[in-house]
Design a protein around this ligand. Structure first.
Ligand SMILES: Nc1ncnc2c1ncn2[C@@H]1O[C@H](COP(=O)(O)OP(=O)(O)O)[C@@H](O)[C@H]1O
Ligand SMILES: [Mg+2]
Length: 329
């Protein structure tokens, strides 16, 4: 099972939209996949599902969300459950997000340190997301799981990230994103080494624990912050800094000589355009932008944009699949 987290502690860079579109693209190409919404804001879930569907999945007496799957563990009444995987299409599923997930933050924070004492419950709690995802993957027969997380460096995200075999970093070419990358890289590296230290003192038993490799696959530059009015030089200035900042902060490399700028940088997985009105159109009908039809309002020049968008995501999916060692059908 490959679990890919799309992570940046900066919000609004397009993480959720990226997970949504890639999940559709993988399924579209014949790969069984599901997405897990680990952002307590549940934006990904509302991209997939309309309000009435969300309301039915959030019903108090019949909750079918990621929180419901970990609730017995948090409440001390049992262990994780197999989560509901909401089927969007035959090859595409969603583990639905939940605003209540923020209630797990405290427990995930305190149990992290308790792992160092080798406490069994601490390992159960910290590995909860991993084990929930593993059960879901077995239930629906998916090899690839995409994780969307909220924009912060908190305990929920730490537990989500150690459950990630890989990480992709969506970035915008601006000061805030670059600055975010400088925090994010060392934090992810620290989470990895801290988890490996905990694994050494894990109690013996058959609890499935993640390896916590969090292998970086690269970054995706989301150019949606780029407005026609903005000087091209300013944009180029930030773009050119990404390869070095990525290597220094995420890969911990130093003594870097001249590096190719995106898109030539091998760690640049894609430079995604701002697809403008395609996005609101897509959200309206709960479809990916690249599947919009004239009946959805995609007429004239929009149709050409739909085709470009398909090609952009097709290439990105191919690169990510190659990065995790999976051949797309
Ligand atoms: N490639 C894109 N083209 C057009 N709009 C986009 C694109 N990517 C993201 N957006 C829009 O930008 C906003 C932020 O995107 P979102 O995916 O929610 O970011 P994040 O998850 O990083 O907070 C949303 O309104 C989304 O619809
Ligand atoms: Mg988001």
């Amino acid at each position: 099972m490959k679990t890919i987290a799309f992570f940046n502690n900066k919000g609004g860079v397009g993480k959720t939209s990226l997970v949504y579109h890639l999940a559709h693209m993988f399924a579209n190409r014949g790969l069984p996949v599901f997405a897990v919404d680990l952002d307590p804001q549940a934006n990904l879930s509302s991209m997939f599902l309309d309000d009435s569907k969300m309301a039915s999945l959030w019903q108090a007496d019949d909750r079918r969300t990621v929180y419901e799957a970990i609730e017995p563990l948090l409440e001390g009444t049992g262990d994780v459950r197999t989560p509901n995987v909401e089927l969007i299409s035959p090859l595409l599923g969603l583990v639905v997000g939940d605003l209540s997930l923020s209630r797990a933050e405290d427990d995930l924070s305190s149990q992290w340190s308790d792992c160092l004492d080798g406490k069994p419950r601490a390992f159960r709690v910290i590995s909860a997301f991993w084990r929930v995802i593993e059960r879901a993957a077995a239930a629906v027969g998916a090899e690839v799981v995409l994780m969307d997380v909220g924009p912060n460096l908190g305990a929920i995200n730490r537990a989500a990230l150690i459950a990630a075999t890989h990480v992709v970093i969506p970035l915008a070419p601006d000061l805030f994103s670059l600055q975010g990358l400088k925090n994010l890289g060392p934090t992810v590296r620290k989470w990895r080494t801290d988890w490996k230290r905990r694994l050494e003192v894990a109690p013996p038993g058959n609890l499935s624990l993640p390896a916590g490799d969090i292998t970086p696959l690269g970054y995706v530059v989301l150019q949606h912050g780029v407005r026609e009015s903005r000087p091209v030089q300013a944009y180029q200035y930030w773009i050119k800094q990404i390869p070095r900042t990525y290597r220094e902060s995420v890969l911990n490399e130093s003594n870097l000589e001249s590096l190719p700028a995106p898109p030539e940088d091998p760690y640049c997985l894609a430079m995604l355009k701002h697809y403008r009105s395609l996005m609101p159109m897509a959200m309206e009908v709960h479809k990916p932008m690249f599947e919009l039809k004239p009946a959805d309002g995609a007429i004239g020049a929009h149709l050409a944009a739909v085709r470009d968008c398909y090609e952009d995501f097709r290439l990105l999916a191919t690169r990510i699949a190659a990065g995790i060692g999976i051949e797309l059908p």
